[in-house]
Design a protein. Structure first.
Lengths: 165, 369
């Protein structure tokens, strides 16, 4: 197993464990309360509208939107970290067939691993209002790195392997 | 027979020794993926649209209750909407988690030669992983039906406890596998084991690897486009549609029925776009994973190639026609379900070939077990 494969496989396993731990923590300590708050705000908005308290109803709908904004991104972080980790491990196993030099393959692996960590991290940072812009930038950078790395891998698979495997 | 399986299994196929962790993870993984996909297909045909229709009806009834100033009825209707959403959500989660556990099982099969742990312990870990991968979605599925019955906790029912425990088992197994990898990189293998990944790359493997990577790339690019063009716009639209629903219900001008229809259309648009993004990536991943086990599919060359083509065709048909549901309606939905069925049939075909390979290997006398 060469360095590029080690980066992808070992990094992928760590990222999968991180994504699962994040998901478990979220499911046990946060998700139930968040879902209650989300459903409660929406129902409260309708109840307030029935009582003709329209400003209150609008505030409840805004609260529902804010909680849902957080919820969607928290779930996305869990699923994207695990999903990208799986792609890293799978590609790691097949990386010897990517038809570039080992040095270039290592750079591609580093880019893919970095992008896979940063992209979901950027997504979850968007839930913190003070650094939401930074989070969005990080998500764009991370997804850009993943797309570039994947394009390189797809191209590399179509080429003859450089070394004799 | 395919070139790699036309003779008695060779040295490389020691990876498939009887009761080995690799064999258990490969067969268990493919079975979990096929089971998860079958559940998803059944859910899409028999539950998804009906559930969406019931939710829209309930939302319409809620706006009528708002118009009549009946706050108590609104609360009751929202309790029923919560139940509908939980019904839908737990079924989606059961489908996703069973399929993903299958992917992880296949991944773990690939790295077993690099996990420096005793063979017996690896078998035990593999058994735990496949069991956890089965119990996690079962627990999630039961959440809606078991609820908080006999639960000592305020918000967590026994089904959630089962799901969370199974999830914890998966995490523990994964962490032990990482520890085994770390030991391998430090000191080498405890008991040398053949790699599942063959050094030869047959036509089937090449096709699945190239096709799979292209599918993942397309899915990721579509996801990036969705996040930049649609995600924030959808979130803003949802808030304004909900406000329009309430405005319509409380004013003489009306319009709440139209707003409920808009809300349904928005939910459908969001669902199909996310489903297309996630399914095309998952199928790409599946294709690459299956490329590694092609030398172990003990079928004729004609059939191994046929299953590869059926799998890739289904992997394109499902997400493309899920997206086209917005334009073509249920016709596209039906074609998408056929695409899903093609992937399931191809998976079962490959699984049958792998089980045959294991049987062939077990029948050869004098080979190590």
């Amino acid at each position: 197993m060469n360095l590029s494969q080690k980066i992808l496989i070992f990094g992928g396993l760590c990222l999968a464990a991180l994504g699962m731990l994040y998901g478990l923590h979220y499911a046990v300590f946060v998700e139930h309360q968040t879902l209650d708050s989300m459903g409660g705000s929406l129902a409260q908005g309708f109840v307030q509208a029935a009582q003709r308290d329209l400003p209150g109803a609008e505030a409840s709908i805004d609260k529902y939107a804010a909680v849902k904004y957080d919820y969607v991104r928290q779930v996305d972080v869990h699923s994207h970290w695990i999903g990208l980790a799986m792609i890293m491990i799978v590609l790691g196993a097949a990386f010897r067939w990517v038809g570039f030099s080992e040095q270039l393959r290592t750079w591609i692996a580093v880019g893919f691993a970095l992008g896979s960590f940063l992209f979901p991290l950027g997504v979850v940072l968007q839930t913190a209002s003070q650094i939401a812009g930074f989070g969005r930038g990080l998500a764009i950078l991370g997804s850009g790195l993943v797309i570039i790395a994947l394009t390189a891998v797809a191209w590399g698979f179509s080429r003859q392997p450089v070394e004799n495997i | 027979m395919a070139a790699s399986t036309s003779v008695v299994p060779g040295a490389g196929s020691a990876a498939f020794a009887p009761l080995s962790a690799q064999r258990l993870l490969v067969i268990g993984g493919i079975a979990l993926i096929a089971g998860g996909m079958l559940f998803g297909d059944i859910f899409a045909v028999f539950v998804l649209h009906q559930n969406g229709g019931q939710t829209a009806q309930a939302l319409l009834a809620a706006t009528e209750a708002v118009r009549g100033g009946d706050a108590l009825a609104v609360k009751d209707i929202f309790a029923s909407i919560g139940g509908l959403l939980e019904d839908r959500g737990t079924k989606v989660d059961a489908h996703v988690h069973m399929t993903d556990a299958g992917y992880l099982a296949l991944l773990l099969a690939l790295i077993q030669p690099f996990v420096a742990l005793p063979r017996k312990r690896k078998k035990l870990l593999a058994g735990w992983f496949v069991s956890g991968g089965l119990l996690l979605p079962v627990g999630i599925f039961l959440i809606h039906y078991v609820g908080l019955a006999y639960s000592p906790f305020a918000v967590i029912g026994w089904a959630s406890v089962l799901a969370d425990s199974a999830g914890a088992v998966l995490i523990i197994v994964l962490l032990v596998e990482v520890y085994g990898l770390w030991r391998y990189f430090r000191a080498g293998p405890v008991e040398p084991e053949s790699a599942l990944v063959s050094l030869d790359r047959c036509w089937e493997s090449r096709t699945l690897q190239s096709g799979g990577t292209i599918l993942i790339l397309l899915g990721f690019m579509y996801g990036a486009w969705y996040a930049s063009a649609d995600l924030y716009q959808h979130e803003g639209r949802e808030t304004s549609v909900l406000k329009a629903m309430l405005d319509g219900a409380t004013s003489s001008a009306g319009g709440s029925t139209m707003a409920v229809a808009d809300y349904g259309a928005l939910a459908a648009e969001r669902a199909v776009k996310i489903a297309a993004h996630s399914h095309i990536i998952e199928f790409g991943l599946l294709a690459i994973l299956l490329s590694f086990v092609q030398p172990y599919v003990y079928l004729s060359e004609r059939w191994t190639r046929r299953w590869v083509m059926v799998l890739l065709a289904g992997s394109v048909i499902l997400p493309v026609f899920v997206l086209l549901e917005l334009r073509l309606g249920l016709l596209a939905g039906g074609i998408a379900d056929v695409g899903g069925l093609m992937v399931i049939v191809a998976l079962v075909g490959m699984l049958a070939g792998i089980v045959r390979f294991g049987g062939r290997w077990d029948g050869v006398k004098g080979l190590p077990s």
